[in-house]
Design a protein around this ligand. Structure first.
Ligand code: HSE
Length: 436
């Protein structure tokens, strides 16, 4: 199998996160790419406590990575714009593809970098630069390519959203929450970038360019931060039925394109007003599709690495299978798995049961005995008044169970229905926990 070599420059939160995802998902990545994707060289001044890169070559000079003839794809995950720009341009000059998470670099120097990449026929991929793990670049550039985009608006800074959420929900002080966001690895090296809207402006610049087909124009973005907002503003907005969110907004108007980042009042019932914590969300409106919404974690090692690795896979597929870089079923044809589909009878779930039980002594204990005999544990049970229109005066019994296999629940339901053959069928609704 062909091997595609990755050089990582920068081993901070995102660099090590990407290294870890490449390692832990290496099998599936190879199946998707049709080649082995291997980290062969890491450029970082030092390893942080707890970081383990095995026997992979490490250089303290990141330029050793871009000058390594064996490296096919360079990951620029250092942040900053001075050395990062020089490094990316050098990688391109050396004919290497680049994957970066650096929004400041793309927003400020993207025009020059993309021109250099086009001249050398290499790719510069930057999905991780906007909204962390949400594949918003791909969604706009590919999924919505049939539309004329009308506007987009989003919460694109996790740190700022985390601060506003904690201030509103827990009345915490601004500085205190910011410190926590820094400790969690969400905030920029200079956190004023987060709270003054500069980070969001970098991201909005990128989104507007791909949405409207305009060059990157970061200096023209209007930027207003959240540092002047007080608890009172948040409280008064609440009383009026609004939430305050730090939004990046870009809209096409007959006179030009709006490009603005500022605190914004949003109807408290709107979906985006209820995006909380470090989560990001971007709404994109296209003339054909209408409004669409993209939601997910906007910062942190795993989510950002998810986007970095997706870019690596894109580039690696192009290198390994230039004739058809994206396989029809996402994995290469010869790598499709024969993993079986689980029969419904083997699915494990919690259940809501609505039983219309005869209103006579012992019925409830018969039902609980049927469940108990099959080790089905009950989380909650409620008996309601009989329905007014029920001539038989049966009583609805609602039961919420703990997890059980579907086949066992099937048996239990048959037995419950057998208690009252003339009664109604048991209503069964499966519970699905979104965080499973
Ligand atoms: N500081 C950024 C944020 C990191 O909080 O969203 C992800 O770009």
């Amino acid at each position: 199998m062909k091997v595609i070599n990755i050089g990582i420059c920068g081993l901070g939160t995102v660099g090590y996160g990407s290294y870890s995802v490449l390692k832990s998902n290496s099998r599936d990545i190879a199946r998707r790419v049709g080649a082995e994707v291997k980290v062969t060289h890491i450029g970082a001044r030092r390893l942080r406590p707890g970081q383990d890169i095995g026997s992979i070559k490490k250089s303290s000079d990141v330029f050793a990575v871009v000058n390594d003839p064996g490296v096919h794809i360079v990951l620029e995950l250092m942040g900053g714009t001075d050395v990062a720009k020089e490094l990316v341009l050098k990688a391109i000059e050396n004919g290497k593809h680049v994957v970066t998470a650096n929004k400041a670099l793309i927003a400020q120097y993207g025009n020059e970098i993309f021109a250099a990449a086009a001249a050398k026929n290499v790719m510069v991929a930057y999905e991780a630069s906007v909204a962390g793990g949400i594949p918003i670049i791909k969604a706009i550039r590919e999924g919505l390519a049939g539309n004329s985009i009308q506007w987009l608006a989003g919460i694109i800074n996790g740190t700022g959203n985390f601060i506003l959420t904690e201030m509103r929900e827990k009345s915490r002080a601004f500085a205190d929450v910011l410190k926590e966001a820094q400790a969690l690895g969400y905030a920029e090296a200079d956190p004023t970038f987060d709270i003054e809207g500069i980070d969001a402006a970098h991201k909005l610049t990128i989104l507007a360019s791909i949405a409207f087909g305009i060059p990157l124009q970061f200096p023209k973005t209007y930027t207003e931060g959240i540092s002047k907002l007080t608890q009172e503003d948040i409280k008064y907005a609440d009383e009026l039925g609004y939430r305050i969110k730090h939004l990046g907004i870009s809209r096409k108007t007959p006179n030009g394109i709006e490009l603005r980042v500022h605190p914004t009042l949003l109807d408290a019932d709107s979906i985006i007003a209820n995006v909380n914590g470090v989560m990001n969300a971007v709404m994109v409106n296209g003339d054909a599709v209408g409004s669409t919404l993209y939601y997910g974690a906007g910062a942190g090692a795993g989510p950002t690495a998810s986007a970095v690795v997706a870019d690596i896979i894109d580039v690696a597929r192009m290198i390994s299978h230039p004739e058809s870089s994206v396989p029809s079923l996402a994995f290469q044809d010869d790598s499709l798995s024969d993993m079986p589909i689980l029969p419904m009878s083997e699915v494990i779930s919690e259940y809501y049961l609505r039983i219309l039980a005869a209103d006579k002594p012992g019925v409830l204990s018969d039902i609980t005995e049927i469940l108990g005999d099959r080790a089905i544990s009950i989380q909650a049970i409620i008996q309601k008044e009989p329905r007014v229109d029920d001539v038989n005066q049966r009583v609805p019994v609602i039961i919420l169970t703990r997890e059980v296999r579907e086949s066992v629940m099937d048996e239990a339901i048959s037995s419950i229905e057998a208690l009252d053959p003339k009664g109604e069928k048991v209503m069964r609704i499966r519970v699905f926990k979104l965080d499973q």
